[in-house]
Design a protein around this ligand. Structure first.
Ligand code: BG6
Length: 361
């Protein structure tokens, strides 16, 4: 049942205030400013013992893992990185006892991710799952984990599961951080920020008419560039992924700082750029990048917390804590991809050549 929406994708985007609330429900502790994650099956000593976090997943799950790695490094100060599960399983990974492995999957059935989990288990790795589908293969094979409680995701392109995964990572990062050096004050700041997310997502959804107009304006480009720095980079990658998956417009994501080391050669009026520009300590650097793009006559759609003369168009989203802003900055890119796909008359919920979950090698 698509609930009166024209497409499941739009339904699932619109559900996000509620699905984020469900991912958070019962998990925030206002007394100690910690996260209760009963499913991890780890005591405090074990939780403190990890010296590294390695995150694996496929497609959007991998990009949400990149967002998660950033959250864990910032809040828990544990080195963390994400890798496509498919690459991980084929390269005979070094499995270390003091590394916490986290496998991400909406369906819990993606074969590459499952095979990577099995390889990790065989080598004695400690693996958590961040999974939406209760009782799925990956949920069963992992030592513990976090369920998203986002409800069934029908449309092939992931939206609400992506956002709920990022929220689950914020909870995990808070949990790992508060048994280490994250102060009660910072713990409280993050708890309060997380509680604000559902209302702020609602606010972003009210921008839909404007985003539809922008999508129409940019959708006939032969391709688009997505750029972001540090916290903005996983946002750019997911924005590019959504656009290519459902609209078939070629989209490339680059760290903003890498632009001048190659892809700047591509910049022209025919290749507009979506720039993720949060109000954080990198704002000035990002605005300089916009200037470099503009000097090559590139058109710019800026997604951030303010408008800028350097951009042709701006989408301004509500501000949260810097660590949590990437979650909110992703939402307009979902709507942008959706309306670009509709404008181009694509099969939004069932894009060509893709399956919701790839259960074969
Ligand atoms: C791909 C889907 O095949 O699998 C993507 O097209 C999805 O949308 C990816 O992100 C991973 O799926 P899952 O279920 O493991 O999160």
């Amino acid at each position: 049942d698509n609930g009166g929406y024209e497409h499941y994708l739009l339904k699932e985007i619109s559900e996000q205030p509620d699905t984020v609330a469900r991912t958070l429900r019962g998990r925030l502790d206002d007394r100690f400013h910690i996260a209760h994650l009963g499913g991890l099956n780890m005591d405090a000593r074990e939780t403190r013992s990890f010296r590294r976090v390695k995150i694996i997943g496929c497609g959007s799950a991998y990009y949400s893992g990149q967002m998660g790695a950033q959250l864990i490094e910032e809040l828990a100060r544990i080195p963390a990185d994400a890798e496509p599960a498919s690459e991980f399983r084929y390269r005979s990974p070094v499995v270390e006892p003091d590394t916490l492995y986290v496998a991400i999957s909406q369906s819990g059935e993606t074969y590459d991710t499952l095979a990577a989990v099995q390889e990790l288990k065989r080598k004695g790795g400690r693996v958590l799952g961040i999974v939406n589908t209760v009782g799925s293969a990956i949920a069963r094979e992992t030592d513990g984990g976090i369920y998203l409680h986002a409800g069934p995701e029908v449309s092939v392109a992931s939206t609400k599961a992506f956002i709920s995964t990022a929220v689950a990572f914020a909870l995990l990062a808070l949990h790992l951080g508060r048994v280490r050096d994250l102060s009660p004050a910072d713990g409280r700041r993050i708890c309060e920020g997380l509680r604000r997310l559902p209302e702020q997502i609602k606010e972003i959804l009210t921008l839909e008419d404007r985003i539809r107009e922008l999508a129409k304006k940019y959708a006939d480009s032969p391709g688009m560039m997505f750029v972001g720095r540090v916290r903005g980079y996983p946002v750019a990658r997911e924005g590019a992924q959504k656009l290519k998956e459902i609209s078939y417009v070629h989209a490339e994501a680059y760290p903003a700082s890498e632009l001048k080391h190659g892809p700047l050669a591509l910049i022209s009026p025919e290749l507009p750029t979506v720039a993720i520009v949060p109000d954080d300590e990198l704002l000035d650097k990002n605005l300089t990048t916009l200037g470099e793009i503009r000097a090559r006559h590139g058109r710019i759609l800026m997604v951030g917390h303010r408008t800028s003369e350097a951009a042709d168009d701006c989408i301004v989203v509500p501000k949260n804590e810097v660590e949590l802003d990437p979650i909110l900055l992703t939402i307009p890119l979902q709507l942008f991809a959706y309306h670009a796909a509709v404008a181009l008359d694509r099969d939004v919920d069932r894009p060509r050549n893709l399956a919701k979950s790839v259960t074969v090698e």
